[in-house]
Design a protein around this ligand. Sequence first.
Ligand SMILES: [Zn+2]
Length: 303
Amino acid sequence: MGKDLIIHGMLVDRALRFAAIDGTQLVRDAQKTHSLSRVATAALGRQLLMTSVIATLAKNDGDTVTTVLAGNGPAGNLVCVGRHGGLVKGYATNPDVELPLRPDGKLDVRSYVGTTGKLTLIRDLGLKEPYVGMCNLISGEIAEDFAQYFTASEQQPSIVYLGVHENAADGFVTGAVGLLIQTMPNCPDAAIDRVMQIADRIPSLGTRLAEGEDLAEILHDLFAELDAEYTDRFTPAFSCDCSRERLERALISIGKKELHDLIEQDGKAELTCQFCGKAYLFDRAALEALLTEATDNGGTDER
Ligand SMILES: [Zn+2]
């Protein structure tokens, strides 16, 4: 089994750009980490694919992108964070909810996510304030919601395809693939027309990848008539960047009094990372050391 892969490129005399991802392994890793139900694997998987792709399109190494799907379905919130190179982490509030298949036999992502709610995208570019964009959900199927977000909130007309294929018997992920196509500034209508001619073939990406074909080969076929140029490659992965230091800062930031109360009442603190499930234990001595720092720092100037 090959590694996950993101491929960037341009289409039709550089009038449009594309970014495609084979994130089969990263979706498997998310499924295992969070014991995701089948429908949660499909939903969070799609969002992880898109978030990873968006992260690779950021300009600078330190830029991060956070996507939050907050719909009215039983999923609760779906939260993903993408970092440089396509590393991505994510979680669902309710990862174990399973829903009946739709009448056509497909996973009911829309009912899991919900059809009303918000998609929020936060780009942290290392500036004082992050850039926050938002749009209403239009379908709950996630790909359509991201397409709507790019078009309405970032004024960048986009095609988004996201597909997570799972075995019916055991939910094993056989293929997880995404494709984003966006117009560049001054993109002529004729170029868009040429891309639209292949639009109905895009879903074949998912089935071909799930059958074991290589992403680069599938794209080569799909874009055969679109003068494709291939520009960059990245290796995405499901990966958390949590650390004991980060949680120490969080504990210090709750304030001197709260930290003191925590020591008196519990004598320890066990914090679990939402994104990867890793547990961090702080015993009395560790908390008392942090209390000293909270005192020194006034307890509120750390984030
Ligand atoms: Zn973590």
